[in-house]
Design a protein around this ligand. Structure first.
Ligand SMILES: *[C@@H]1O[C@H](CO)[C@@H](O)[C@H](O)[C@H]1NC(C)=O
Ligand SMILES: *[C@@H]1O[C@H](CO)[C@@H](O)[C@H](O)[C@H]1NC(C)=O
Ligand SMILES: *[C@@H]1O[C@H](CO)[C@@H](O)[C@H](O)[C@H]1NC(C)=O
Ligand SMILES: *[C@@H]1O[C@H](CO)[C@@H](O)[C@H](O)[C@H]1NC(C)=O
Ligand SMILES: *[C@@H]1O[C@H](CO)[C@@H](O)[C@H](O)[C@H]1NC(C)=O
Length: 295
């Protein structure tokens, strides 16, 4: 079967020590998974190590069709959501993504079943005084305290969540200027993520009223509002089996979930997905920095 590659919207292919290993893994994963008429999506994540030309050179080993997605706006801008809206997943039956990780040594593949990365949202509220004597600073203070109880007193302690106010910008004494509160929230299930969003909005709009203030909240839903990344049990099992077959039992490890987020989550909500890491850590070579490090 043919393997039509999608038009590359972006071809950021960073030089990566593990280029060949990654490509081999992707081909092996695809070849072992595909049957005729199955369409597989594959996404090269941070590290962008999946050299499409290596995969293309081995297309005769593939039994189905592989679509490669090179997408913009992965860190912010919900690129995957827009790709889906533009039809990137049409006919796709399963999707895989590989992401380099400095936490695991080279020759090691890591993944886990179920939730792997958190759902991640941001919020920003503008608080304004609405009567004489109203104090947006006091309103903001009591709003921050109330937000603390969403995780500590409402969430299931076994269902990890975060609500963090990370920014307060005062009005500088100008009573007409708004006080701005900003922060982030995380959760590992779609239901918890949306519940947090609803409760944050309630607290941030209602609590300031206690103090004679008015508030509006923005959740930046078109830019940075990513649901959790969840691996499908069958795709996870497949990644694990292929990694072990290629690298031996020591070449695969289950990894803990992380509070970070991925816009690959949008794909994982739409079709069965397998997201995995390929270790790039090598202390001898000084390869110990995060994927975002400029060094
Ligand atoms: C990708 O692989 C091809 C074929 O092996 C090679 O010629 C090319 O230089 C590689 N590109 C990058 C960016 O590594
Ligand atoms: C790290 O790099 C060194 C030097 O190239 C090499 O000898 C060693 O095998 C590498 N370690 C791993 C785990 O790949
Ligand atoms: C804080 O508010 C001031 C006044 O409105 C504004 O000039 C400044 O850019 C704001 N800073 C941040 C980090 O939003
Ligand atoms: C968000 O994006 C959708 C389309 O994906 C669009 O219809 C809507 O107007 C956008 N909202 C804002 C506030 O930009
Ligand atoms: C996540 O929850 C939202 C809000 O309840 C809902 O609209 C959406 O369909 C859910 N997504 C999935 C994959 O269940």
């Amino acid at each position: 079967a043919a393997s039509p590659l999608m038009d590359s919207r972006r071809s950021v292919l960073l030089l990566l020590l593990l280029l060949l290993l990654v490509a081999t893994l992707m081909v092996a994963a695809a070849a072992a998974f595909l049957e005729d008429d199955v369409v597989l999506g594959a996404v090269a994540r941070l590290g962008k190590g999946a050299n499409a030309s290596i995969l293309k050179a081995r297309e005769r080993h593939l039994k189905g069709t592989v679509k490669l997605l090179f997408q913009p706006a992965e860190e912010s801008g919900a690129g995957a959501k827009r790709m889906i809206e533009d039809g990137a997943l049409e006919g796709v039956e399963a999707i895989f993504a590989v992401h380099v990780s400095h936490q695991h040594p080279t020759s090691v593949v890591g993944s886990r079943t179920g939730p792997l990365l958190a759902g991640c949202g941001f919020f920003k509220a503008h608080i304004l005084a609405r009567r004489a004597g109203a104090d947006p600073v006091l309103a903001a203070s009591s709003t921050i305290i109330s937000l603390q109880s969403l995780v500590s007193r409402e969430a299931d302690p076994l269902d990890s969540q975060v609500v963090s106010v990370a920014m307060v910008n005062g009005s500088g004494g100008d009573p007409a200027a708004p006080l701005v509160l900003g922060g982030t929230f995380r959760a590992f299930s779609n239901a918890s993520f949306y519940t947090l969003r609803r409760r944050i909005e309630e607290v941030m709009t209602l609590q300031p009223r206690v103090h004679g203030c008015e508030a509006s909240v923005d959740f930046f839903e078109n830019q940075s509002f990513y649901p959790p990344t969840v691996n499908h049990p069958r795709m996870y099992a497949h990644v694990k089996a292929v990694a072990r077959a290629l690298l031996g039992d020591a070449g695969y490890r289950d990894v803990p979930p992380m509070m970070g987020a991925e816009d690959f989550s949008f794909y994982s909500q739409a079709v069965p997905a397998g997201f995995y890491y390929v270790g790039v850590r090598n202390e001898t070579l000084g390869s110990v920095h995060t994927g975002h490090s400029p060094y």
